[in-house]
Design a protein around this ligand. Structure first.
Ligand SMILES: NC(=O)C1=CN([C@@H]2O[C@H](COP(=O)(O)OP(=O)(O)OC[C@H]3O[C@@H](n4cnc5c(N)ncnc54)[C@H](O)[C@@H]3O)[C@@H](O)[C@H]2O)C=CC1
Ligand SMILES: CCCCCC(=O)CC\C=C/C=C/C=C/[C@@H](O)[C@@H](O)CCCC(=O)O
Length: 216
């Protein structure tokens, strides 16, 4: 696919799936804003991409998606630097059942805010070019996972929210935006390292991972 002339905003882009999505977009010609709360990792990733794809191809912006003003600011920054937004990937996420309110904010509330801002910036109705908004849920947004009930709940929420926005007749007819929800299965990134304070039952987590071929 040729994405030259297109501009993407990817949250949680410093590492893992967000980094991989960004690299794929860049390799197809898009410019990408890498938004993440991890400053050092984000800067390192941006420098790596600038070296490969050109200095103006990517930039890092610090953004904690659980802080509403940070999310608003990152949209403004992308618009002022690249002039438009065509592709939005609401990807940032954590798996932590202990700090579950924070997880709800990061994994669900920020996806809702990001999608609403995406519509504001991208909809043809408001002077944008249309495009695509991709919300990253999980296979755990489709099936129950007893070791992570809150993670499961928010990922089900991302599926329900995205599907509802996508079938809104107004969005379908006039926005020019496609709304997609990704539900990846286990992928070997930091999120499945299950830190000690994550509240995820370590007795079962490795067994579930092993059952899908990941040996941790
Ligand atoms: N790895 C897996 O097995 C699967 C992951 N997912 C989802 O994919 C998305 C990406 O996760 P991974 O790349 O796997 O994990 P990861 O832990 O490698 O990456 C998550 C990224 O999100 C960032 N992030 C966390 N909190 C943030 C915040 N408050 N503000 C901004 N950025 C923040 C992190 O700094 C990190 O760069 C998440 O939404 C996750 O739930 C979905 C299904 C499977
Ligand atoms: C568990 C949360 C980790 C965060 C990363 C993810 O989003 C990955 C979750 C993706 C899919 C999870 C599926 C879990 C299924 C289990 O409940 C269980 O059904 C798997 C057991 C398989 C078996 O017994 O053979």
């Amino acid at each position: 696919m040729n994405l030259s002339g297109k501009v993407a905003l990817v949250t949680g882009a410093a590492q893992g799936l967000g980094k991989a999505f960004s690299e794929s977009l860049l390799s197809q010609g898009a410019k990408v804003c890498l938004a993440d709360v991890k400053v050092q990792q984000g800067k390192t990733t941006a420098a790596e991409f600038q070296k490969t794809f050109g200095n103006d191809s990517a930039f890092f912006e610090k953004c904690d998606v659980s802080i509403a003003d940070d999310v608003t600011n990152v949209f403004k920054k992308v618009k002022s630097k690249y002039g438009q937004i065509d592709i939005l990937v609401n990807n940032a996420g954590i798996a932590n059942e202990t700090h579950w309110r924070k997880m709800v904010d990061i994994n669900l509330v920020s996806v809702i805010q990001g999608t609403q801002l995406g519509i504001e910036y991208m909809s043809k109705e408001y002077g944008g070019n249309g495009g695509v908004i991709i919300n990253v849920s999980s296979s755990a947004g489709l099936v129950p996972v007893f070791i992570t009930p809150v993670y499961c709940a928010v990922k089900f929420g991302v599926v329900g929210f995205t599907r509802s926005v996508a079938v809104n007749p107004r969005n379908r007819s006039t926005s020019g935006i496609r709304f997609c929800c990704l539900c990846p299965a286990f992928t070997d990134t930091d999120i499945i390292k299950f830190k000690k304070d994550s509240g995820i039952n370590m007795k079962y987590a490795p067994k579930i991972l092993k059952s899908v071929g990941i040996n941790k």
